[in-house]
Design a protein around this ligand. Structure first.
Ligand SMILES: NC(=O)c1ccc[n+]([C@@H]2O[C@H](COP(=O)([O-])OP(=O)(O)OC[C@H]3O[C@@H](n4cnc5c(N)ncnc54)[C@H](OP(=O)(O)O)[C@@H]3O)[C@@H](O)[C@H]2O)c1
Length: 270
């Protein structure tokens, strides 16, 4: 039996792999799982930021989960296969996948650089598929698991100027809902987490025509999203909307689709 540095028994203890754990929602989710005593496999490209996360986890009060950091680019299938292999090698199992890594894009689709749109699609779509295809065989080996996809409340919004991003999240949500039934017989749960505007590095790193977007909308802390992800992992919801405000946005979009879109159009144009 393997023991972690803090004395947690590694066998039979839950293990969560989180993509995009070097900042924002992924970073806070890794901390939140570790606080619950769950072992964390934190993946991203920036190893220095993963090192910061590792230090933060190891400073949590006694009883926290252990952490393994793995450099992995979600756009590279072999990186995700390797991350899962290392996770199983270290902890013996994989119970939870949080397919969180993602990037934004702003600009008219017709006028956008293809390179930006390609990066968006490779990250938000291919990245999620690579993560799921890597994780599922490991989950099957130990009798089940839970996949949480991180989507956006924009997924079905009429969303001019962020249309490519919103469409990439429509893919994620659609995939997540069907996957839930596909994986039911493997005892693998699937939950889609719909996130609204959150104060992370996301805005600064957004591809396309500038970084400003949705500035009049209220933001939430990434720790609030992380808490919702951990709660979802403790249950089995099909879908979670993190914040009440975002439910209202989604309802408004359903009732009067072009109203929200036209407000967004004015905001992004100015
Ligand atoms: N912030 C918001 O307002 C908001 C709203 C709705 C949904 N979301 C979704 O929430 C998720 C997390 O975003 P965030 O707000 O926490 O933004 P963030 O702070 O920018 O974090 C994004 C994470 O994704 C990782 N990442 C990006 N490209 C990657 C790649 N090719 N391979 C591996 N990792 C990659 C980044 O790590 P490295 O750069 O180190 O690789 C980083 O850890 C995304 O899916 C985003 O679409 C965010």
């Amino acid at each position: 039996m393997i023991m972690s540095d803090k004395g947690n028994t590694l066998a039979n203890q839950k293990v969560a792999l989180i993509t995009g754990a070097s900042s924002g929602i992924g970073y806070e989710t890794a901390l939140a799982f570790a606080r619950k005593g769950i072992h964390v496999v934190a993946t991203a490209r920036r190893v220095d930021k993963l090192g910061d996360l590792q230090k933060a986890v190891l400073q949590l009060p006694a009883g926290h989960g252990d952490i393994l950091t793995v450099e992995a680019d979600v756009t590279r299938r072999e990186d995700m296969l390797n991350a899962v292999k290392l996770a199983v090698g270290r902890f013996g199992r994989l119970d939870i996948l949080v397919a969180n890594a993602g990037i934004g894009h702003r600009g008219k689709v017709a006028d956008s650089e293809w390179a930006d749109i390609e990066t968006l699609l490779r990250t938000n779509i291919d990245g999620v598929i690579h993560s799921i295809q890597a994780a599922v065989p490991a989950m099957r080996q130990t009798g089940g698991g839970h996949i949480l996809t991180i989507s956006s409340v924009t997924y079905n919004l009429t969303a001019p100027y962020i249309a490519a991003y919103a469409a990439s999240k429509a893919f994620v949500t659609s995939l997540s809902h069907s996957l839930r039934l596909e994986l039911e017989s493997d005892n693998i749960k699937v939950t889609d987490v719909l996130v609204g505007r959150t104060s992370t590095e996301f805005n600064q790193k957004r591809l396309g025509l500038g970084k400003r977007s949705g500035e009049s909308l209220p933001t939430m802390a990434p720790s609030q999203v992380a808490a919702a992800i951990v709660r979802a992992a403790e249950g089995n919801p099909r879908s979670v909307v993190v914040r009440f405000f975002d439910r209202l946005i989604m309802l408004g979009n359903t009732l009067v689709p072009e109203m929200i879109g036209r407000i967004a159009l004015r905001q992004y144009k100015s």
